[in-house]
Design a binder for this molecule. Sequence first.
Ligand SMILES: [Zn+2]
Length: 130
Amino acid sequence: MFTDDQLNNIFDRTDGKCHLCWDKLKWHNYANFGESGAWEVDHSNPKANGGTDRANNLYAACITCNRSKGSKSTKSQRRKHGYSRAPKSRQARIQTWTTWTVLGAATLVTIGLIAEAQKSKPNQDRSWRS
Ligand SMILES: [Zn+2]
């Protein structure tokens, strides 16, 4: 039904976690019902509701979550576990981390420049203080 490549992509999309309860899944336990970390491919928008087999509709989910989800919405199932979104892929997390680090560094440089600029004009202050 799915090729190993497709399964790899789906698994990595949420960094090997169930997209509903965020539990860690085990790659080699794909479709091994009853094993720890067993998982299946969940159609986020169920096929019964017109969901497609396209990659953006496919998520890894533990078998228990997938079966209990039935035709209920992904949103309500995630909310049940206290989540509003799917776990991020490793790549997305690295991108977020990089963005914040760059922004943080840029902010520090800016603060440094402002401090330097203020140090270099003490004469302006003296005029009104005296
Ligand atoms: Zn789950």
